[in-house]
Design a protein around this ligand. Structure first.
Ligand code: GTP
Length: 339
C-alpha cells in the first residue's frame, strides 16, 4: 500500500518557526518531525510514500531525496497554488492505486495500520477516518460515530454545548480509489470541510476508527513544545535520532543535546530540555521544560521556562523567557529583558 502525506500547509499557527522551515521539517530532538511518522510507516511495511508539497516545496526534496537513507521510496508532487487537503490529494492521483493511506504531515500517530485496514475492510467503507480521544475537542474536528463505528456527523471546532463525544479526526485516512471521482481537479478543496460532509450527505459509507496509542498534532507552539516533552519523558513509542544524545551536565533532569553543545558551570536544568547542536549556555542559566534550537546562545544567569528559542537566537544575560515564549530564529533578546 502507498501512503500520501499532505505537507503543503503554511503552518501559520506555528510562526515564527515556520517562516523559514515548513512545519513537517521542523526539528524535533535533532531530526525532522516527519521522520517520526516515517518510522510508523516503515514499521508497518509501507515503503512507498508520496509527499504533496506546496509551501517551500523544494526544502522537502533537499531533506529526504529519494528516501533511500530512510528505507523508503519517496515521490514528490508539487502544487503551484495551495490546493487544500482535498485538491492536493487529487493532484497525486496518477501516482496512486488501490486502497491508499493518507496522512496529515503535522500529526504523529503511533497507530496500528494493520488494525486500521482490517476495520476499514470489515465495514466495506469508502473512507475510514482514524479518530483519537482528546480532553478538549473544541479545538478540533469532532466526529460522531454509531455503535458499529460508522460516521453519523461531523462538527468542525464545536462549542462546549455541542460536544457530544471526545473523538476527533486524527488526520489519518484510508481511501478507496472511487473517492477520487469526487475530488475536483486543480482547484482548492478541503477533505475535512468538503469531501467528508458531502460524501456523508450523499449516503457514502464513512467509518471512524478509534486508534489507540500516542497522538499529537504539532500545529501550535504549545504542541510543538509538548512533543519534545513527551519524547523526553518516554511517553511515546518513538526514539529520537542518534543526533540527540543525553547531555552529561543534566543534573537529574532529562536533557538531550546535539553535537557541539556546551554548558558553562552552574547551569541548572529541570524537567525536560531539548538542546540542538552548537548551543551555548552561559554560567548559572536555568532551563526548565524548554527547547533551544541549533546555534542559539543563552546568556549567563538567564532563566527559561516552557519556551522555545529559535535557531541562532541570542538571549542576553539574566533575561527571563516565560511560558509560551516563541523566540524567532536569529533574534536578539537584550540583557535583563523579561518576555
Ligand atoms: P495553519 O496555517 O497553522 O492552520 O497550518 P497548516 O497550513 O498546516 O494547515 P492545517 O494544520 O489545517 O493542515 C493540515 C495538514 O494538511 C498539514 O499537514 C498541512 O501541511 C496540509 N495542508 C494544508 N493545506 C494544504 C495544501 O494546500 N496543500 C497541501 N499539499 N497540503 C496542505
Amino acid at each position: 500500500m502507498r501512503a500520501v502525506i499532505l505537507i503543503g500547509g503554511m503552518g501559520t499557527r506555528l510562526r515564527p518557526f515556520t517562516v523559514e522551515t515548513p512545519k513537517p521539517l521542523l526539528p524535533v530532538m535533532n531530526r525532522p518531525f516527519l521522520e517520526y511518522q516515517f518510522q510508523v510507516l516503515s514499521r508497518h511495511g509501507v515503503r512507498e510514500v508520496v509527499l504533496c508539497t506546496s509551501y517551500r516545496a523544494g526544502t522537502f526534496r533537499r531533506a529526504f531525496g529519494t528516501g533511500r537513507r530512510l528505507g523508503l521510496k519517496i515521490s514528490y508532487v508539487r502544487e503551484s497554488i495551495p490546493l487544500g487537503t482535498g485538491g492536493a490529494l487529487k493532484n497525486a492521483q496518477s501516482l496512486l492505486n488501490g486502497t491508499t493511506l493518507v496522512l496529515n504531515g503535522d500529526v504523529l500517530n503511533a497507530f496500528n495500520l494493520g488494525a486500521f485496514l482490517k476495520f476499514h475492510r470489515a465495514r466495506r467503507a469508502e473512507i475510514s477516518i482514524a479518530l483519537t480521544r482528546v480532553k478538549d475537542p473544541t479545538l478540533y474536528g469532532l466526529v460522531i460515530t454509531d455503535e458499529k463505528g460508522m460516521v453519523r456527523r461531523f462538527l468542525e471546532k464545536p462549542s462546549w454545548d455541542e460536544v457530544v463525544s471526545n473523538s476527533i479526526n486524527a488526520g489519518a485516512y484510508l481511501f478507496e480509489p472511487s473517492v477520487f471521482t469526487h475530488l475536483p481537479q486543480g482547484k482548492p478543496y478541503s477533505l475535512e470541510r468538503g469531501l467528508f460532509p458531502e460524501r456523508l450527505a450523499a449516503g457514502a459509507r464513512i467509518a471512524g476508527y478509534v486508534a489507540p496509542g500516542y497522538w499529537i498534532d504539532i500545529g501550535s507552539v504549545e504542541m510543538y513544545l509538548q512533543v519534545h516533552l513527551d519524547l523526553l519523558q518516554g511517553r511515546t513509542p518513538f526514539r529520537p535520532g542518534p543526533r540527540a544524545r543525553p547531555f552529561k551536565n543534566a543534573d537529574g533532569a532529562r536533557v538531550t543535546a546535539g553535537a557541539g553543545t556546551k554548558a558553562a558551570p552552574f547551569v541548572r536544568f529541570s524537567g525536560s530540555v531539548s538542546l540542538g547542536s552548537k548551543v551555548r549556555i552561559g554560567r548559572g542559566a536555568q532551563l526548565t521544560d524548554c527547547v533551544v534550537l541549533d546555534g542559539a546562545s543563552i546568556g549567563d544567569g538567564a532563566r527559561l521556562e516552557r519556551c522555545i528559542v529559535g535557531p541562532k537566537a541570542r538571549v542576553g544575560t539574566h533575561a527571563v523567557l516565560g511560558p509560551g515564549t516563541a523566540l524567532a530564529g536569529g533574534s536578539l533578546v537584550g540583557d535583563y529583558s523579561q518576555l
